[in-house]
Design a protein around this ligand. Sequence first.
Ligand SMILES: [Zn+2]
Length: 63
Amino acid sequence: MAKTPSDAKDAKFVKIQCPDCNNQQILFMKCATKVPCQACGSTLATPTGGKCVLNGQIVEVVE
Ligand SMILES: [Zn+2]
């Protein structure tokens, strides 16, 4: 069963799906720099000083 973003609010790592190319990759929720998609380079997460803002859909909470 898929987790919702609210389930991930305390997660450290999540698997996110790129909205542009549907590539899935794991990223750290408290990223310090922008996280690009490994496949197309689209920005998947933007740091805000604390938890980063995700641009894609969370497909899995890793931890
Ligand atoms: Zn992509």
